[in-house]
Design a protein around this ligand. Structure first.
Ligand code: GTP
Ligand code: K
Ligand code: MG
Length: 494
């Protein structure tokens, strides 16, 4: 019986009833081996010590030979010093390290060559022009090397996304997350889930085909059910976490709010280490929402300065207050700022009652909104600290003027952001893009249809749909459009 069942597992894995096999080549990415040979400068533009130029495609060996003539190809994957000359004129261009990576053991899976040349603009353009003169070579499009790696099965789609994020990573936490994704942790997880579904599908199909057969193992449908149930729990947990990976990728929204003149703009400038906002003793200085991306304690954040919240003001400031309130609703984390020496003023009391205390009690829409209360201008306080009659929720003392309390605030921010973004050095891999979340949700919905299916054929179909969503996360059956969006993030030469 078991041999029969495993044949079915294998058949289900191939998707027997699906007319479109979920292979990488089906994705519309360039077919392996058929492309031209491309070349590009892979290191940054401008004068530098060493510049790296690389090629990928069937004419790579010819290109390397042409520029290093009369020498033959160097041994595979070993750096060798060669004189590079222009194949048309024989004019020497540079003395350079060259590397030969015969496919499929290369980054793209095709034959590749690398030229590590001296980074002067004239050397770089001379070598690029010489490569352009080799028959069959053309300049690479943005992301074309990575796209070829994907087409040859060297990277899954989530690994491609990880690579794009690694190149763009600006904070430590972003780098850790991208590296884990590039290492294939997310694809591994998705493939494991897809395998579970393949087994469940095999069980259901076995029942469809041999339901009447006495040899069929008992309880086979129950096993499919329990596999689906376990998967639902796992997917649910990841979806609840979904926003965290995306926040880590694009930055958590941290909104600085409070009454006029509390020192909100001073705090934004202090945290971003640059003069983003105008600071002045005049209340109502900030009118619009001012956004700036910052690295807060190793996490990426989009910091917004807002207008001071108060009533009875002119139309321009009123609009500023409306915008501030709208931004507050969208915040992942609120930095509520009050003037520590002015806690009894109507605008301070009003802000405490309407914004700070309700957030502490859990927001009405059920969305988790975190808040840190900062009492600024601590330098103006008497030795006894803030007015004890104010009956405040937990707070941090800070002076933007002297910098006292900043370390404590950064530590509190680090904790909040780690909770919001997830800690990329531990825990399961995070879903970093809306695309991942969309497919996980699609998979869960299909599993819901499985449970409600009126007959086994519909149940099997629901499992196939669910599995299709999982394979699309890693790139199986992806459409050209999605590939274009993902590869857009790359620069030429990557
Ligand atoms: N003594 C003292 N003064 C401060 C401190 N922080 C800010 N100030 C002063 O407080 C005044 C208001 O600061 P802003 O940063 O403009 O305050 P704001 O909350 O952005 O004000 P609006 O945009 O008008 O709502 C300025 O004169 C600052 O120099 C502090 O820690 N100590
Ligand atoms: K001000
Ligand atoms: Mg301001």
């Amino acid at each position: 019986m078991w041999r029969g069942l495993w044949t079915l597992v294998a058949r289900a894995a191939r998707g027997p009833r699906s007319p479109r096999p979920c292979t990488r080549q089906g994705s519309g990415a360039p077919a392996p081996g058929s492309g031209a040979t491309v070349f590009a400068l892979s290191s940054g533009q401008g004068r530098c010590g060493i510049a790296v130029i690389r090629t990928s495609g069937p004419a790579s060996g010819q290109a390397l030979r042409s520029l290093t003539a009369p020498r033959d190809l160097p041994p595979a994957r070993k750096a060798c010093l060669r004189l590079l000359s222009d194949p048309r004129s024989g004019e020497p261009l540079d003395r350079a390290l060259v590397l030969w990576f015969p496919g499929p053991q290369s980054f793209t899976g095709e034959d590749c060559a690398e030229f590590h040349v001296h980074g002067g603009p004239a050397v770089v353009s001379g070598v690029l022009q010489a490569l352009g003169s080799v028959p069959g070579l053309r300049p690479a499009e943005a992301g074309e090397f990575t796209r070829r790696a994907f087409a040859h099965g060297k990277l899954s789609l989530t690994e491609v996304e990880g690579l794009a994020d690694l190149i763009r990573a600006e904070t430590e936490a972003q780098r850790r997350q991208a590296l884990r994704q590039l290492d294939g942790e997310l694809s591994h997880l998705c493939r494991g889930w897809a395998e579970t579904l393949t087994k469940a599908l095999a069980h259901v199909e076995a029942y469809i085909d041999f339901g009447e057969d006495d040899n069929l193992e008992e309880g086979i449908l129950d096993r499919a059910d329990s596999e689906v149930r376990e998967l639902e729990v796992a997917l649910g947990a990841h979806l609840r976490d979904a926003r965290r990976g995306q926040r880590l990728r694009s930055g958590a929204h941290v909104v600085v709010a409070g009454p006029p003149n509390a020192g909100k703009s001073s705090l934004v400038n202090l945290l971003s280490r640059k003069p983003v906002s105008i600071v002045s003793p005049e209340p109502g200085t900030t009118r619009d929402v001012l956004e700036t991306p910052v690295d807060l304690a190793g996490f990426p954040a989009l910091l917004s300065d807002t207008a001071g919240l108060r009533e009875g003001v002119g139309p321009v400031e009123q609009e500023g207050v409306r915008r501030a309130q709208k931004r507050l609703e969208q915040a992942d984390l609120i930095l509520a700022v009050l003037d520590a020496s002015d806690l009894a003023s109507p605008s301070s009391c009003n802000f405490l009652d309407t914004a700070v205390i309700p957030a502490g009690a859990g927001s009405p829409n059920g969305r988790s909104q975190r808040l840190l209360l900062v009492l600024n201008k601590s330098d103006l306080l008497p030795a006894g600290g803030p007015d004890p009659s104010a009956d405040l929720p937990p707070y941090l003392l800070l002076s933007c003027l002297t910098g006292e309390g900043l370390d404590g605030l950064l530590e509190a921010l680090r904790k909040e952001l780690a909770a919001l973004c997830g800690d990329p050095s531990t825990g399961p891999p995070l879903l970093t893009r809306a695309r991942h979340q969309h497919h996980l949700q699609g998979c869960l919905d299909a599993l819901g249809h499985y449970k409600q299916a009126k007959d086994l054929a519909l149940a099997a179909e629901a499992l196939r749909v669910a599995r299709g969503h999982l394979t699309r996360i890693t790139g199986g059956g992806g459409t050209e459009e999605i590939l274009d969006i993902i590869f857009q993030d790359f620069c030429v030469g990557k």
